[in-house]
Design a protein around this ligand. Structure first.
Ligand code: ADP
Ligand code: MG
Length: 729
C-alpha cells in the first residue's frame, strides 16, 4: 500500500496557517523600503548628483563617469544601512525567469583586511559569463560573451542581502539577448510615434508612456502533495490525474472567502511586495479551486514588467514559508481553468491624459477615437504576430479550450464604442465634423460617455477587450514574461501611428483641414480593420468558421504560430521602428522553437518514467490481487458459482491488462518518436515534429492512466489525486 500518499495527505490536511509577521507601521510607511527611489536618492546623493540622476531617469540623459561613481557610492551606503553585502546585475534572459550573479562589495585591501567598494563602472556595466543563456546562435557566431548594462529607468532594489540592479543583456555585437532591451526600444518607439500624433491635438505633449496593469493568476498546492507528484515537480503541471468529482462546476470558489492558510500567504506576500515598491492592490479567489489572483495598480510598462518578474519570484519564496508551492504554469490541471495574466494596456501623456479614455470635448473624443482605432488597426494587421507573442508550449493548453481566449486574436469593443465607430464609418458626409464661431469644434457622433467602464458589458471570451480607458490583453500566459507581449503590441501600435501620421499629413498637404483629415483617415481605418472587431462568443465553433472567412490567423500549432515573427511585414515593422533586426528576430525564433521542443521532451520523459515506474507496477500488483481473489473463489465454490461471483473481477483484470498494454506499448512508441525527432537538426522542423507526433501521445497515454486511476484500489495509487491537490488548502 502506498503509505507515502496517505502520509502526505494526512500532514497536508493538518497544516495550520503560519503566523504572519505584520509590521508595526502602516503600508505607506514601509512602501518602497527596499527600493532606491527618489526619496532614498535625495537622502544618499549630493544634490547635483541627485539632479543628474533624475535627468537620466526622466530624460534619458547620459551619465558621465564621475557621476556614475557618486551614484554607485550612494547606493552602496544606502544598501549597507540595510545590511546588504552583495550586488548583482539582474536581467531577463530568454528563459522564463530572471538571472543574477552575486558579487560581494568586499575586497581584500592587500594588508590582510577587507575594504568595501562599489564603483560606477560596476554599476553601469558587467560581463557575466553568459554562454549558457539561450541566444539562438547569436553568440556562437561572434563573441561568446555578452554584457549587461544598467537600466536607470527601473530602480535598484534589495532582496535579502543583495542589491539588485535591473539591466539589459546584450551581445558584444549589440544584439539583444533578453526581453528588456527590445522592450525599452519598443517603448521608446511608441513614445515617439504617439507623441507626434498627440501634437495634432495638443502641441504641449512631450512624452507618451505605455502603461501596464497585470493581473497575475496562480494556483497554490500543499508542498508535501507537490513533492509527491514528480510531474508537478519537473514540469509544473500534472501530466495525469482523473478529474475530481467536484471541481469548479458549483462556481463557489470565485470571489469566495479566502481560506486561512492562503490568506496568511497573501498577507505575507503583499507586505513584502509593498516593501519592494510594488503597488499591489487586489486579491481574490479565482474560478478554479485553489486558484487565486493578485493585481497591482498599473504602472509605466517597463517598471510593471520588472515588478511582475519580481512578484513571480517573491511568490515562489513566500509560498514555501507557508507550506505551499505556487504554480505559475498556464494549465496545471486538466478539466479546470488554467491561469492567465491579463495585461491591461494603455497610453498616456506627460500632461496626464489617458489616450484611450473618452474626454469632454469633441477634440478630446476625436483623439480618443484616433488612438483606439489605430490600436485596432495594428492588432488587425499583426494579429498573427500578436498571437505569436503570447504563444508557448504551456499557454497552448489554455488557448482554444473553453475557458480562455481562443487561439484567434480579435477585439471586443462593447456596444457603445461599436456604435460610435459604426456611425463614424458610415456617415460619409463632411458634416460629421464642424467648427462653430469661436473655432469650437463639433463632432456629430453619438455621445461618448466620459466613463465607459460598464461591468455588464464585458465579454470574458475576448482576447483583447476594450474596458473603458484601456485594452485588456487577456491571452498572455500566467508564467510568461509580459515583456514578450508588450514588445509586439507597443511596436505594432508605434508602427501604425507612424503610418497614420503619414496618411493625415498627406491629406493636409493636399489642402485638407487637419481635424477633417484625421476624421477621413480614421473613417477609412475603421472600415479596413472591421474584421478584427468581434463582440460575440469567442468560444463558439461558429466564430472559428467566421474568423477564417474574415482572414484572421486561425493557426493552432505553436511552432507554426512562431513563423509570424519572420513574415516580411513583421520584420519590416520591427526594423522600421528600430526595435529588432532581422537577425535578432531569427535568433529569437530559434530559441522559441528550441524551448518548445525541450518542454515537450521533458514532459514526455517524465510521463514515460511515471507510467513505467509508478503506474504500471501498481496496476499489476492490483491485478495480481484480483487474480488471487478469483483463484480463491474457485477453491471454495463450484466452478459455476465461482464464475458468476468473479465475473466483475475478471472484467477488471482484463481492463487493467488492456490499459497497461496500451501504456507500455505507447511509451515505447513515444521514445522512438523522440529519437527520430531528435535527429532533425533544424529547430523549427524539430519543434513541428514534437508538436505533431509527440504532444498528442502525451494525451493518449494519459487517457489510459486516468482510467486506471479510476479502477485501482485507492490505497495503492501512488500519487496524490486531483481532489487532494485542488481541495486541501
Ligand atoms: P478586472 O479583473 O475587473 O479586469 P482588476 O482590478 O483586477 O480588474 O485589474 C485591472 C488592472 O487594470 C489593474 O492593474 C489596474 O490598475 C489596471 N488599469 C486600470 N486602468 C488602466 C489603464 N488606463 N491602463 C493600464 N492599466 C490600467
Ligand atoms: Mg481583468
Amino acid at each position: 500500500m502506498s503509505t507515502l500518499r496517505f502520509n502526505v495527505v494526512e500532514s497536508a490536511f493538518r497544516k495550520k496557517a503560519a503566523a504572519v509577521k505584520i509590521p508595526d507601521s502602516r503600508p505607506c510607511d514601509y512602501f518602497g523600503k527596499y527600493v532606491f527611489g527618489r526619496e532614498q536618492m535625495s537622502r544618499y546623493l549630493k544634490s547635483e548628483t541627485y539632479s543628474s540622476m533624475i535627468d537620466v531617469i526622466d530624460k534619458g540623459a547620459t551619465l558621465d563617469r564621475k557621476v556614475a561613481d557618486e551614484i554607485a557610492e550612494g547606493m552602496r551606503r544606502w544598501a549597507a544601512d540595510l545590511g546588504v553585502t552583495h550586488y548583482t546585475h539582474w536581467f531577463q534572459p530568454l528563459t522564463e525567469g530572471t538571472a543574477e550573479k552575486h558579487d560581494s562589495f568586499f575586497e581584500p585591501n592587500g594588508k590582510g583586511g577587507l575594504i568595501e567598494e562599489f564603483s560606477g563602472k560596476l554599476l553601469v556595466q558587467q560581463e557575466p559569463d553568459a554562454s549558457s543563456f539561450p541566444s539562438g546562435g547569436i553568440r556562437n557566431t561572434f563573441e561568446a560573451r555578452g554584457y549587461s548594462a544598467w537600466d536607470p529607468s527601473s530602480p535598484v532594489f534589495v532582496v535579502d542581502d543583495t542589491l539588485c540592479i535591473p539591466t539589459i543583456f546584450i551581445a558584444y555585437t549589440g544584439e539583444a539577448l533578453d526581453y528588456k532591451a527590445p522592450l525599452l526600444r519598443a517603448l521608446s518607439a511608441v513614445d515617439k510615434a504617439a507623441t507626434d500624433v498627440c501634437h495634432y491635438f495638443n502641441p504641449g505633449v512631450q512624452r507618451v508612456f505605455a502603461y501596464l496593469g497585470w493581473e497575475q493568476e496562480y494556483f497554490l498546492v500543499d508542498e508535501g502533495l507537490y513533492a509527491a507528484r514528480p510531474d508537478l515537480l519537473m514540469t509544473g503541471r500534472t501530466l495525469m490525474g482523473q478529474e475530481a468529482p467536484k471541481n469548479q462546476q458549483m462556481e463557489d470558489h470565485y470571489f469566495g472567502a479566502i481560506p486561512q492558510r492562503v490568506a496568511a500567504f497573501m498577507k505575507d506576500l503583499e507586505i513584502q511586495a509593498l516593501q519592494l515598491g510594488i503597488p499591489v492592490k487586489t486579491r481574490h479567489n479565482e474560478v478554479a479551486p485553489n486558484q487565486f489572483e493578485l493585481a497591482p495598480v498599473f504602472e509605466e510598462c517597463n517598471l510593471a514588467v520588472d515588478h511582475n518578474m519580481q512578484i513571480m519570484s517573491l511568490m515562489r519564496n513566500v509560498a514555501r514559508n507557508h507550506g505551499f508551492r505556487v504554480l505559475l504554469h498556464e494549465k496545471p490541471f486538466k478539466g479546470v481553468n488554467g491561469s492567465g495574466k491579463h495585461n491591461n494596456w494603455s497610453l498616456g501623456t506627460d500632461t496626464g491624459v489617458l489616450l484611450m479614455s473618452p474626454g469632454k470635448t469633441a477634440k478630446e473624443n476625436l483623439r480618443f477615437v484616433t488612438f483606439v482605432v489605430n490600436t485596432l488597426k495594428a492588432l488587425y494587421h499583426h494579429n498573427g504576430l500578436i498571437k505569436a507573442s503570447i504563444m508557448s508550449a504551456d499557454n497552448a493548453h489554455r488557448l482554444g479550450a473553453n475557458e480562455a481566449p481562443p487561439a484567434i486574436i480579435s477585439s471586443f469593443l462593447g456596444s457603445q464604442l461599436s456604435q460610435v465607430l459604426k456611425h463614424l464609418a458610415e456617415n460619409d458626409s463632411d458634416d460629421i465634423i464642424s467648427f462653430g464661431g469661436k473655432q469650437e469644434m463639433k463632432l456629430d457622433i453619438p455621445q461618448i460617455p466620459e466613463i465607459m467602464i460598464d461591468n455588464t458589458d464585458r465579454n470574458r471570451t475576448s482576447p483583447f477587450a476594450f474596458t473603458g480607458n484601456r485594452f485588456e490583453f487577456r491571452a498572455v500566459g500566467s508564467g510568461a514574461n509580459c515583456a514578450c507581449a508588450m514588445i509586439a503590441l507597443n511596436t505594432a501600435v508605434a508602427d501604425q501611428l507612424i503610418t497614420f501620421k503619414k496618411d493625415v499629413d498627406a491629406l493636409v498637404e493636399g489642402g485638407e483641414q487637419k481635424m477633417k483629415a484625421i476624421v477621413k483617415v480614421v473613417r477609412r481605418y475603421i472600415k479596413e480593420c472591421a474584421p478584427i472587431c468581434f463582440d460575440g462568443n469567442g468560444y463558439s465553433d461558429e466564430w472559428k468558421e467566421e474568423a477564417v472567412r474574415r482572414g484572421l490567423d486561425c493557426e493552432t500549432s505553436c511552432p507554426l504560430i512562431f513563423d509570424n515573427y519572420l513574415k516580411p511585414e513583421s520584420i519590416a515593422m520591427f526594423e522600421n521602428t528600430g526595435v529588432m533586426t532581422r537577425k535578432e528576430l531569427k535568433a529569437r525564433n530559434e530559441v522559441k522553437w528550441e524551448m518548445y521542443t525541450k518542454k515537450i521532451q521533458i514532459e514526455a520523459r517524465v510521463l514515460g518514467d511515471l507510467a513505467m515506474n509508478h503506474i504500471i507496477p501498481v496496476a499489476m500488483e492490483y491485478q495480481s490481487k484480483l487474480i488471487a481473489n478469483v483463484h480463491k473463489m474457485m477453491d471454495i465454490y463450484t466452478l459455476e458459482v465461482a464464475d458468476r461471483l468473479s465475473a466483475e473481477n475478471m472484467r477488471l483484470i482484463e481492463e487493467i491488462a488492456e490499459h497497461t498494454i496500451y501504456i507500455a506499448a505507447h511509451v515505447e512508441t513515444m521514445i522512438e518518436a523522440r529519437k527520430s525527432a531528435n535527429r532533425i537538426s533544424e529547430e523549427r522542423e524539430k519543434a513541428i515534429a514534437y508538436h505533431d507526433t509527440i504532444a498528442p501521445m502525451l494525451e493518449q497515454i494519459r487517457y489510459h492512466i486516468d482510467k486506471l486511476e479510476f479502477i485501482i484500489d485507492n490505497r495503492m495509487w501512488p500519487l496524490p489525486k486531483y481532489r487532494e491537490l485542488l481541495f486541501i488548502r
